[in-house]
Design a protein around this ligand. Structure first.
Ligand SMILES: Cc1cc2nc3c(=O)[nH]c(=O)nc-3n(C[C@H](O)[C@H](O)[C@H](O)COP(=O)(O)O)c2cc1C
Length: 215
């Protein structure tokens, strides 16, 4: 037996907070697919550095180019405005131990705020683009803006595609699996898997990668 979830909102789904399904599709918590978590860093118009915790993304390319596809960036964010203006951004992969500091940058987030100071992150300059880099990131990608597309057409979010120009990797993470795929490596978001039988909500979870086999 399979549980079928349709496009119309399942009335038995209970939100975990009142506006949950005003913000997110019920398909998000139906599928609850894990994606990697990272910080997007950009310059604000006033020269202050901006940090944005981000999850809905994928990374791929062919032999001619490699892309960071941020599938769903909210249009109300500073990051969206900064990327539109500067046509570039940096993607910083940080370990789980930095999660709470990244969330601090969400809670203290106005135009005048230096979000590196809020998160207690060290700032360095990107090598190939005009963007700040979080020095504590074990891997960062410097991207130029390739394309922005409002997929739903609702003016709420947009898919932002960056073309990767440069990647820096911390030396301790440059070999083998132990650092990148452990508690010190990539962190993942598991987006609030709904109980598809009772309709009860669940919390989102933050995960790390555990390797099961090699191929
Ligand atoms: C775990 C987590 C994941 C998030 N993922 C995204 C995302 O993929 N896209 C997005 O637009 N906002 C996402 N957010 C919300 C942004 O981090 C938040 O709106 C942030 O304040 C935007 O920063 P800015 O206005 O400085 O750009 C996420 C928040 C959390 C806590």
């Amino acid at each position: 037996m399979k549980i079928e979830i349709e496009k119309t909102f399942p009335q038995y789904f209970k939100p975990s907070y009142p506006e949950e399904f005003e913000l997110f599709s019920h398909f998000e918590v139906t599928a609850a697919i894990p994606t990697v978590l990272f910080a997007v860093t950009t310059w604000k118009e006033n020269g202050k550095p901006n940090v944005c915790l981000h999850s809905w993304s994928c990374f791929h390319g062919d032999k001619t180019a490699f892309f960071a596809v941020m599938g769903n960036l909210y249009q109300h964010t500073h990051t969206y405005a900064n990327i539109q203006r500067e046509k570039c951004f940096c993607i910083n992969f940080l370990p789980l131990s930095c999660y709470d500091r990244l969330v601090d940058t969400i809670h203290t987030n106005d135009s005048e705020t230096d979000e590196f100071a809020v998160g207690n992150f060290t700032l360095s300059q990107a090598k190939t683009i005009y963007a700040p880099v979080i020095q504590e990131a074990f891997l960062h990608m410097e991207c130029t803006l390739k394309e922005i597309q409002d997929i739903s057409g609702a003016g709420i979010a947009a898919m932002v595609i960056g073309q990767v120009q440069h990647i820096s990797v911390a030396k301790e993470y440059a070999q083998g699996y132990e650092k990148r795929y452990s508690k010190d490596g990539f962190m993942m978001l598991i987006p609030a898997p709904q109980d598809l039988v009772s309709g009860e909500p669940n919390m989102s979870a933050i995960a790390t990668v555990h390797i099961e086999k090699y191929d």
